[in-house]
Design a protein around this ligand. Structure first.
Ligand code: SAH
Ligand code: MG
Length: 209
């Protein structure tokens, strides 16, 4: 009920490309970010004056295009699935954002991160079982006081639902492990929010030199 109330009262998306990407995603079961999730991120980007973003998990480019349109940030985003990659390239071209969004077609665990720049924001939104690996690998690419946001930490509330299916149970266990891991990282100040499908916000602590 609250969700419907807020959906009605909050500003509607007016960008026609974003509206059509959203319906494409719905029709084709592409798990794009929720409205409250992307608004949370976009407001963080603006509060923190984020200039550069690394995204793990592009899909059709919905979140990347959305972040680019609401800021001046440059975005690097990584996608391993060929069909998704091609769709993202097509959508980024339609949005005329080729200069600000670079898509790397590769498994994020195989990218040599030492070749990447450093970023103000890292958005982790790829294979949910791998989030700890992504976090550890890419936190080295974060600027001081940078932030890491990780999506789908409640996994459609399955983290609190009894599950019989073995592989699903394992996946949910890994998400639960990530949640416990991420709040314990001493070099970050982290809180997990029940926004969208559950998101953690981790702010890198200042290094005392
Ligand atoms: N961020 C997008 C949604 C991403 S869905 C949005 O909100 O609009 C997750 C995507 O991550 C899928 O397209 C999947 O192919 C990709 N992915 C999963 N594991 C990956 C990996 N190890 N490396 C690169 N991409 C990965
Ligand atoms: Mg997501």
């Amino acid at each position: 009920m609250i969700k419907e109330y807020l959906d009605n009262i909050n500003n509607k998306e007016t960008n026609s490309l974003l509206v059509s990407l959203k319906s494409y995603a719905l029709l084709n079961n592409v798990p794009i970010i929720t409205d409250d999730g992307i608004n949370f991120i976009n407001q963080m980007i603006n509060i923190k004056q984020v200039k550069s973003i690394l995204e793990i998990g592009t899909a059709i480019g919905y979140s990347a295009i959305n972040m680019a349109l609401s800021s001046e940030a440059v975005i690097t985003t990584i996608e391993r699935d060929e069909k998704m990659y091609e769709k993202a390239i097509e959508n980024i071209r339609l949005a005329k954002l080729e200069k600000r969004i670079e898509v790397i077609y590769k498994d994020a665990l195989e990218v040599d991160e030492s070749n990447l720049d450093k970023f103000d924001l890292i958005f982790i939104d790829a294979a949910k079982a791998q989030s700890i690996k992504f976090f550890n690998k890419y936190k080295t690419r974060l600027n001081d006081r940078g932030i890491i946001i990780t999506d789908n930490l409640l996994f459609h509330n399955l983290v609190v639902t009894p599950i019989k299916d073995k592989s699903l149970k394992q996946l949910v266990k890994k998400i639960d492990n990530f949640n416990n891991f991420v709040v314990e990282q001493e070099d970050f100040d982290t809180y997990i929010y029940s926004i969208g499908d559950g998101m953690s916000l981790s702010i890198k602590k200042e290094v005392i030199k």
